[in-house]
Design a protein around this ligand. Structure first.
Ligand SMILES: [Zn+2]
Length: 402
């Protein structure tokens, strides 16, 4: 099966059917008259576009809402049940899958434990099996699936979605998951860095957000949103703070070949390795969290030390980028001693102008942040104006008498 190309960033004509759908979806116009005002199109052209969207099953028109001129207008809404997308959160020790409707409401989730050192094609087979399980759990026919987005704790080349030197599962370098999914489905499949998806999940829909999302998991990553938009940089590497050079004793080797990276010294994986070397029974970040709650002085010292290193790096990033919010996610964000040390060092080292009103807080629901971001991304692609325009063209062709 060939894969549909990415259309989320493709050009579309203002006032096209896809653009009309975008305005309805964003809540910028929710009646025919509002659409005409917003686009400058004639009421009859707006009518043709809306009827196409209704024929495609993407929009419903119901009820009544206040209109300016006293006449009551019918309200246009995205038909949430017209399809669904799947979100996959794949981490060093977990695999979680969610299915959401076209409004982004989660309909069902499934999860299973990590897949160890399995090959990418074996992992994709399991991912697809779990997507089907999540669809069944949500009571949605597989034919209604419109897109899939996958969160990976690795640098992801943009826009290809190629994995580039992941620090865990090094054999995944250069892997293209969308191509592997081609064996199972023709819907668009997107791959994105986990921290970028948490940033996307946390960004306010109003579109003026300025935030840094930091993932504290087995590895460390960050995602950047400015004025409501995810910033990936030129190749997709923006926010890769894990290879920032810091002092301290490396506990794990770094894939980049250098010794003193933040990730080797202060990531959840590094803390676990430090404690294991000291004789503690610990392998995963969840074990570290559990140990941290025992108030063992060696464990607390390791967490504080790591938090101080992370806070030092974040202070530089905050001074440079001046975000309004720093959102902490990932399993290690549940460690109180780690987060306290990060905050203390960050505020101690930040310029007053950057620290003023800076909000450092946990992600809204850290456990689902990656999945929520992946749902947003999958919907951006599945409902991209250029894709809706393509559906409208196909609809016009089938409507033509032969
Ligand atoms: Zn490194």
């Amino acid at each position: 099966m060939t894969h549909a190309p990415s259309l989320r960033d493709a050009d579309y004509a203002p006032g096209s059917t896809g653009d009309i759908f975008r305005l309805i979806r964003a809540g910028q116009a929710s009646s025919r008259s509002a659409l005409a005002r917003h686009t400058g199109l004639s009421p009859s052209t707006v009518g043709i576009r809306v009827e196409t969207l209704q024929r495609l099953g993407l929009v419903s028109e119901s009820g009544e809402q206040e209109s300016r001129g006293g006449r009551r207008a019918k309200r246009l809404l995205v038909a949430a049940e017209a399809g669904c997308v799947a979100a996959i959160d794949f981490g060093a020790h977990h695999l979680e899958i969610a299915v959401a409707d076209l409004d982004g409401t989660l309909l069902g989730t499934v999860s299973r434990s990590g897949l160890g050192d399995d090959s990418p094609s074996a992992v994709v087979a399991v991912m697809w099996e779990q997507v089907l399980a999540a669809l069944e759990k949500a009571g949605v026919e597989p034919a209604r699936l419109r897109g899939i987005a996958i969160s990976l704790p690795a640098p992801i080349e943009y826009p290809s979605g190629r994995v580039v030197f992941p620090s865990f599962m090094p054999s995944w370098h250069n892997v293209s998951l969308p191509a592997l999914f081609g064996e199972y489905t023709g819907v668009p499949v997107l791959v994105e860095n986990d921290a970028n998806l948490v940033a996307l999940a946390e960004a306010h829909p109003a579109g003026n957000d300025h935030l840094l999302a930091v993932i504290l998991g087995t590895r460390i990553g960050s995602g950047i949103v400015t004025e409501g938009r995810l910033q990936r940089g030129f190749n997709g590497a923006a926010g890769e703070i894990s290879h920032t050079s810091v002092g301290g004793v490396p506990a794990i080797s770094c894939i980049c070949g250098l010794d003193d990276c933040l990730e080797s010294v202060a990531s959840g994986g590094a803390i676990a390795a430090t404690l294991a070397a000291a004789g503690y029974d610990v392998t995963t970040t969840s074990d570290v969290i559990r140990l941290g709650r025992t108030a063992d002085p060696v464990v607390i010292a390791a967490l504080r030390e790591a938090g101080t290193r992370i806070g030092t790096v974040l202070a530089s990033v905050v001074n440079f980028f001046n975000p309004k919010r720093v959102v902490l996610g990932g399993t290690m964000s549940a460690s109180a001693p780690l987060v306290a040390a990060i905050r203390a060092e960050l505020f101690a080292r930040c310029l007053p102008i950057a620290a003023h009103d800076l909000d450092v807080s946990a992600a809204e629901d850290p456990a689902t942040a990656g999945l929520r971001g992946a749902v947003k991304l999958a919907l951006e692609e599945a409902l991209a104006p250029a894709r809706i325009d393509e559906l409208a063209r196909q609809d016009a062709q089938t409507a033509q008498p032969a």
